[in-house]
Design a protein around this ligand. Structure first.
Ligand SMILES: C[S@@+](CC[C@H](N)C(=O)[O-])C[C@H]1O[C@@H](n2cnc3c(N)ncnc32)[C@H](O)[C@@H]1O
Length: 309
């Protein structure tokens, strides 16, 4: 059994990586992090005159994620050591690799349908904060572009008891997702869903909104990002309205959320397009007198609120 005590993280990475190249899993023993408090990764700690380098579970989880593995439940093997096990992810198991009809790529039968980002605490809390930032209680008409099955409305409903007093409109060209969303909200007369291509949004004559939410949608290859974004701001957002845009900065692989944006021409995560698009929106909205913030980790949330008097 491999045991790490005072090895550097650099040394550990080489060993674990090599093992995962040969086997599906890699087990190793490390110092039980619960024995110490308020230590940073790599701090020297002493037990019975022996030196160890401290590392918390966060560091081990990060290592597992960077090595495209999942960390299984640690097992306490003695007073000092816990055994960790990393299991390699199946990199082919991802909706990003599926080539279904474009409208149904995110439909009820898709792998995407199994993903519930409301159950990822980092994503959920960042979305909560964005909703608080835009003062959701002041936004009477709310539009969601790429609403899928309406999860982003469900969160608003769960945190806000005046939900029925607002009007919600959800757009998505995926028929099966919209049918699912309609069924979920069938009791709510203040919520409407339309199976519609965002490229033809004008056909619906929806009028203007106080808040526009669009998460993981405007960067789709079937949309011209800059043009669509500017059209939406000019034609659908009230002057004193707000926006929440979510830029995916993660991939979903074999049950795990993996940090970093998927880039078309790279096998690894690459954030150039995300930064370019997010900054384009930020600049554009600032020129139009919006206060703009960028927050979040697995999804970068752009939140814009008007500062016009
Ligand atoms: C990655 S999913 C994001 C869904 C949801 N907002 C979320 O974050 O879980 C993108 C959604 O946008 C929809 N979509 C992509 N292009 C569209 C278009 N041109 N018109 C309407 N919906 C579109 C897809 O069908 C899908 O439901």
């Amino acid at each position: 059994m491999i045991r790490f005590t005072s090895e550097s993280m650099f040394e550990i990475i080489q060993i674990v990586k090599k093992n995962l190249e040969k086997e599906k899993t890699c087990q190793f023993e490390v110092l039980n992090p619960d024995l110490f408090k308020s230590k940073y990764a790599g701090e020297i700690v002493i037990i019975d005159k022996k030196e160890y380098l401290y590392r918390g579970y966060k560091a081990w989880q990060d290592l597992a994620q960077k090595l495209f593995s999942r960390m299984l439940t640690p097992i306490k093997v003695s007073e000092v050591y816990v055994r960790l096990e990393f299991e390699k992810l199946d990199l082919t198991d991802s909706f990003h690799n599926k080539n279904s009809e474009k409208e149904e790529k995110y439909g009820v039968g898709s792998t995407f349908f199994e993903i519930n980002k409301n159950e990822e605490p980092e994503v959920l809390l960042s979305y909560f904060e964005a909703l608080q930032n835009v003062k959701i209680e002041k936004r009477k008409r709310i539009l969601n572009l790429g609403v899928n099955t309406g999860e982003e409305f469900e969160i608003i409903e769960s945190i806000y008891d005046k939900f029925p007093e607002h009007e919600f409109v959800g757009i998505d060209y995926c028929e099966s997702a919209i049918a699912f969303a309609k069924d979920k909200f069938k009791e709510k007369t203040n919520v409407k869903f339309y199976a519609q291509d965002i490229n033809c949004l004008d056909e619906l004559a929806l009028g203007k909104f106080d808040l526009i939410i669009s998460i993981g949608t405007l960067q789709s290859s079937n949309l011209d990002f800059n043009k669509t974004f500017m059209d939406i701001v000019q034609n659908y957002l009230n002057n004193d309205g707000s926006m929440i845009l979510g830029f995916p900065n993660c991939r979903w692989i074999d049950g795990e959320i993996i940090y970093g944006a998927k880039a078309p021409n790279y096998s690894f995560s690459e954030m150039s397009i995300l930064y370019k698009d997010a900054f384009f929106c930020k600049k554009y909205l600032q020129q139009k007198k919006f206060r703009v913030t960028l927050t979040g980790k697995y999804y970068i949330f752009l939140t814009a609120t008007s500062i016009r008097k």
